[in-house]
Design a binder for this molecule. Structure first.
Ligand code: GLN
Ligand code: ZN
Length: 749
């Protein structure tokens, strides 16, 4: 049975592409050198796939920044202002990705958004009245030829027209339908060039098909492809989907003249059912059965059982999505052999495809037996007590008493804060010195005592300063933390940390998600020491600072042997221990960050409450349900795009929530008002993602806008996120303006 890969991690085994690109940004290497290194990397990856025996090897999955941006530029979808910049094509490309400020002009970067339900970000193409789609680029052809020269006939990959339109933004009254004929013509031109070059297959990625489709969406899709597919000549077209199932237009897909359909059997809950209802004999089914997102070894027995149920006559084994979302190779990790045996990163997943194919061809029963062992033995010693505790959680465990309205009255008396209390989200600048001290501690150049003295000094400095400028609820500054998940994970049992498990997040940035290996419990108090210390330095209240269970889970590689709900509840109980300890140690305000709660909302609306919020919200409630009525629970979310789940957010039953609002301010405030939001709110009054210092007037305006929609008793004033990435001077100046502005607006009340 043949095998196929949808895409491969392009940053390289040791993040070579990142380092070369950053060197180019810093003028340390020339454009030519960067191109050479990129070509070497592409060749290395193609060869790796070829040597592993993959039959369908992708090309054009490489990118210097993002493949959606590549596609936009291939088709001349570029804002006029950018087109006019007198820069080399590569520099123009980077200008669109990162913004440009220099002697050739001033250009803001394109907006960046999360790629479906992953932590990868794409650049959002912008359409307007001046947009004229036509094939102007050649990257896809050049890379195909490059591989061909090396003796490898690849299958070029391109974002498909429907997804391209679906993910783009349309300005001045334009809409996707306006561009149908242009887009058909442009993709037709790609078909014809690929035909000339002798390509056999083209992969068109259409992940937008796994989101809810309206009848108009379906019509748009059909209109484009009905026309387009008459133009393919001898080129075979693979319609590739991932991150879910295509229940809304499967019946259309099997009728259209595609040569192959790529379907996701991992995240697509209905994929098997759809296919069992009928799959045309003349089409190839590219069955996505190796998980492209998680890092666990494939369970061959289960996979084979799925494959054997497939009615298709022509089947190709494939990954469920691009391998971009997993690290390069387990070989580079220090885990013990017994642990390693369970993991499969990109390179190992390719081997899995080969092994599955051999087993299906009846050549490798030993491999099956070996694989089965991974799933029959006891991988971990499971924590029976914890299991029983979770099974025994009653409804009361998730309900904090008394109800919010009563707590609000009690807490107003308890804290006697002024109207519009001011606070921050937790972290203060992680300066070079702060990072250096942590690195030195890690290298044992500093002992714990010296390090602690340094941290205590930072806390003193910033507590004093917060008092001076008159903030109402203070924070200790999170100087001791590297990252809001890793810091907790290191103190929880059941967590593993990779050495080199980088996954591209955007451009040259990567993240190294920790792995949930076993049952999670708190091993020892995590944040008590520094929170307590900070509180002892002042008569004002200091907020304790924790990361919530849903965010910890969403930013980790989850287990597959228990449900994510179960894992999250384990984490929730661990954080609950921490909450109760903070309270017992005199911390009266506790913030539990759920920065990433919105992030993993299912792609289909119909799944929101049955597949996610139904356990995510209770998990958060479990964390704080046992605290005293007077203890004030805050939470923070990074995205303001939760307009449509406002009741669920209110249902987290926190006392105060802060969130990013500087960009879509008004819209969310209207909704909060319309839904009669109960929780007190601190919509961020300025954007911390920029080094700009907001003026007093600007902040006053923001506060006044909030007061138009939210009752004054419920409003808090704060920046829109933590300040760890900011410089010290701009942070001081911004927060001084924030407290001044608040004092002035208070006089108007
Ligand atoms: N408390 C964290 C901080 O201030 C929150 C960070 C976040 O929302 N991403 O850094
Ligand atoms: Zn945030």
């Amino acid at each position: 049975m043949a095998t196929s890969v949808i895409g491969f991690p392009r940053i390289g085994e040791n993040r070579e592409l990142k380092f070369s690109t950053e060197k180019y940004f810093h003028n340390e290497i020339t454009q030519k050198e960067l191109f050479t290194r990129a070509a070497e990397l592409r060749l290395k990856h193609w060869k790796l796939l070829q040597e592993a025996g993959v039959d369908y090897i992708p090309s054009n999955d490489f990118s210097f920044y993002d493949t959606t941006l590549d596609t936009a530029l291939l088709f001349n979808i570029i804002p006029q202002k950018a087109a006019e910049l007198k820069l080399s094509p590569l520099d123009k490309y980077f200008a669109l990705a990162r913004g440009y400020q220099g002697e050739k002009g001033d250009l803001k970067a394109l907006p960046m958004k999360k790629w479906f339900n992953t932590n990868y970000h794409y650049l959002v193409p912008q359409f307007d009245k001046t947009t004229r789609i036509k094939l102007v680029g050649n990257k896809i052809f050049t890379e195909f030829k490059e591989a061909l020269t090396a003796g490898i006939k690849t299958r070029p990959v391109l974002v498909g027209p429907y997804t391209l339109l679906n993910l783009s933004e349309f300005a001045n009254g334009t809409k996707p339908e306006d561009f149908i004929s242009q887009i058909i013509e442009a993709y037709t031109a790609v078909f014809s060039q690929l035909n000339q070059l002798g390509a056999s297959w083209l992969q068109l990625d259409e992940p937008s098909l796994v989101k809810d489709m309206s009848p108009q969406d379906r019509a748009l899709f059909n209109k484009i492809y009905t026309a387009l597919l008459t133009k393919k000549g001898s080129l075979k077209v693979l319609l590739q989907t991932y991150f879910g199932d295509v229940r809304d237009n499967y019946t259309d897909l099997i009728k259209l003249d595609f040569d192959g359909l790529g379907l996701d059997f991992i995240e697509g809950r209905k994929t098997l059912e759809l296919v069992k209802n009928g799959f045309p004999d003349e089409k190839v089914l590219f069955a996505g059965i190796v998980n492209g997102k998680n890092i666990w070894h494939n369970n061959y027995q289960q996979t084979l059982a799925t494959v054997k149920q497939l009615p298709a006559t022509k089947i190709v084994l494939s990954t469920s999505c691009s391998l971009l979302h997993v690290p390069f190779s387990v070989a580079n990790e220090n885990f013990s052999p017994e642990v390693k045996a369970h993991f499969s990163f990109a390179k190992e997943k390719i081997a899995e495809l080969g092994e599955l194919s051999s087993i299906l061809d009846g050549q490798a029963d030993k491999l099956l037996a070996k694989n089965q062992k991974l799933f029959t033995g006891n991988r971990i010693k499971s924590n029976k007590k914890l299991k029983e505790k979770i099974a025994g959680l009653t409804e009361e465990a998730f309900v904090r008493t008394p109800a919010f309205a009563q707590r609000e009255v009690l807490q107003k008396k308890e804290f006697k804060l002024p109207l519009l209390p001011t606070t921050t989200i937790g972290s203060f600048p992680q300066t070079r010195v702060v990072k250096k001290m942590r690195a030195r501690l890690k290298r044992h150049e500093l002992d714990q005592k010296e390090y602690d003295i340094f941290i205590a000094g930072k806390i003193n400095e910033w507590i004093k300063w917060q008092e001076d400028i008159g903030l109402d609820v203070l924070v200790h500054g999170e100087f001791e933390r590297n990252d809001m998940v890793e810091y907790f994970g290191q103190n929880l049992s059941g967590y593993l940390f990779s050495k080199n498990g980088w996954v591209q997040s955007y451009g040259t940035r990567g993240v190294k998600p920790p792995i949930i290996w076993g049952d999670v419990t708190r091993q020892k108090p995590i944040t008590i020491k520094w929170s307590k210390y900070a509180q002892e330095q002042t008569n004002k209240v200091v907020k304790g600072m924790l990361t919530g269970p849903v965010t910890i889970l969403n930013w980790s590689f989850p287990r597959e042997d228990i449900s994510v709900r179960e894992s999250t509840l384990q984490i929730a109980l661990a954080i609950q221990d921490e909450v109760l300890d903070l309270e017992a140690n005199g911390i009266r305000v506790i913030q539990i960050d759920e920065a990433a709660l919105r992030e993993k909302l299912p792609l289909r609306k119909s799944d929101w409450y049955s597949e996610y919020l139904d356990w995510a919200i209770p998990a958060f409630r479990l964390v704080h349900s046992q605290v005293k009525p007077e203890t004030q629970i805050h939470t923070h979310m990074c995205y303001s795009e939760f307009t449509d789940i406002i009741p669920a957010i209110d249902n987290m039953d926190a006392d105060v929530i802060s969130f990013e609002a500087s960009r879509s301010n008004l819209e969310i405030l209207d909704e909060l008002q319309a839904k009669n939001f109960q929780t007190e709110v601190g919509p961020g009054v300025y954007d911390i993602h920029s080094p700009r210092v907001p003026s007093v007037e600007e902040i006053k305006d923001a506060i006044r806008k909030i007061l138009q929609k939210v009752p004054k008793q419920k409003v808090w004033v704060n920046p829109d996120c933590g300040l760890k990435t900011r410089g010290e001077n701009e942070t001081r100046a911004s927060l001084e303006n924030l407290t001044s502005a608040t004092k002035e607006v208070r006089k108007e009340l």
